[in-house]
Design a protein around this ligand. Structure first.
Ligand SMILES: [Fe+2]
Length: 368
């Protein structure tokens, strides 16, 4: 990794231009408008969120509101340019950035998640986390971080040797980490092996921040689907190009959302996952259809992958389980899709099968 990140120490503070990336203004304005509309709240800065009792009672609703702001165009436009800025200055163009960051709100006297290193939760060695405060911080409401990789490793070895309870793990980590002095307009980046966490907020100010991860390349995604991430090219595609792509899309009907008795998963759950993955990939859904259960050869699926429905782009299915382990059946369906240039999105496995995909990619996963 070409890097301005301090991999030896394990953490780095990066400054950015708040006029170019006005995250604090975008989020503050929308949250305060939301609170005023929903609760008649008159708070005028995020640091004071805790002064309104209703805010404290509805903290999770406000955090979810933050997530919805993250998905809106105004934030996304700013965030994508920010991702490009980080890849250009600290990482490289093969990196991938999480599409939607995670929102955090910590009012005074509140604690948050236990101390941990991101590696404990399965993030690969090449994953870097980026923590962005959007309120002013003090040492009493900021993130605490191990001072170095070496120190984090010493703590980790101590934890591995003991049989500690979660409270004890938390206490040991809290005593071996220090408050990070990060200001608005700065980001704290850190490696996955760095122990970090927040102690109880003992200041008189609410902390609001968001964080996200960047991985080195496609090979470092671990268990996370690629649809959760933007590539460098997604960050730089200009609006004109996006509009042209959308115009082209309108010449087709989009995708069929399909369910069958796949693995015994109920159709509603199948469609929920399919809808969510389709949304991530910007696939247009035209309609839903269920398979006719009495016919094992999947006639409904064949209809929408066949030549009778030429304006359909393809079909979104729950998983490879739709083939019930039958390789012959799968091969016939895949070949039919290829003949008609239709795509199949297998949502659970996050595989988009196209006419260019080798059938073995699917067949090898069906067992013997
Ligand atoms: Fe973390």
């Amino acid at each position: 990794m070409k890097s301005k990140l301090n991999n030896k120490v394990g953490w780095t503070i990066i400054s950015y231009d708040q006029n170019e990336f006005p995250f604090d203004k975008i989020i503050e304005k929308k949250i305060l408008e939301f609170l005023n509309r929903e609760h008649g709240s008159r708070i005028d800065r995020l640091e004071d969120l805790h002064l309104d009792k209703l805010v404290i009672q509805n903290l999770e609703i406000i955090r979810q509101k933050m997530f919805s702001i993250f998905r809106e165009e105004e934030f996304q436009n700013c965030y994508k340019l920010f991702g490009k800025f980080l890849m250009d200055t600290c990482l490289n163009k093969s990196a991938l950035i999480q599409k939607t960051p995670t929102a955090r709100i910590q009012p005074p006297c509140f604690t948050t998640t236990s101390f941990h290193s991101d590696a404990w939760y399965g993030h690969s060695r090449s994953t870097n986390s980026f923590w962005v405060p959007i309120t002013n911080l003090t040492s009493n409401n900021t993130l605490n971080m191990a001072p170095s990789r070496e120190s984090s490793e010493i703590t980790m070895n101590k934890l591995l040797k003991g049989n500690y309870s979660l409270n004890e793990i938390n206490d040991i980590c809290a005593n071996t980490t220090y408050p990070s002095i990060v200001k608005k307009g700065q980001i704290l980046s850190f490696s996955p092996d760095m122990i970090h966490g927040a102690k109880m907020n003992t200041s008189d100010s609410t902390r609001v921040s968001f964080d996200f991860r960047i991985v080195n390349s496609d090979n470092d995604l671990g268990y996370k689907p690629i649809s959760n991430y933007y590539r460098y090219s997604d960050l730089t595609r200009d609006e004109k190009e996006t509009k042209n792509t959308n115009k082209l899309k309108k010449t087709t009907d989009g995708f069929l959302l399909y369910s069958n008795k796949c693995l015994g998963v109920n159709p509603k759950s199948q469609l929920m996952l399919c809808t969510s993955v389709a949304k991530d990939k910007n696939l247009v859904i035209q309609r839903n259809e269920s398979e006719i259960y009495v016919f094992d050869y999947l006639p409904v699926l064949r209809h929408y992958l066949g030549s009778d429905t030429p304006t359909f782009d393809g079909v979104i299915v729950f998983s490879l389980g739709i083939f019930n382990g039958q390789k012959d059946l799968a091969e016939k369906i895949l070949n039919l899709a290829k003949q008609n240039c239709k795509k199949i999105l297998f949502a659970a496995e996050d595989i988009l099968f196209t006419h260019r995909t080798d059938n073995s990619v699917i067949l090898n996963k069906l067992g013997n």
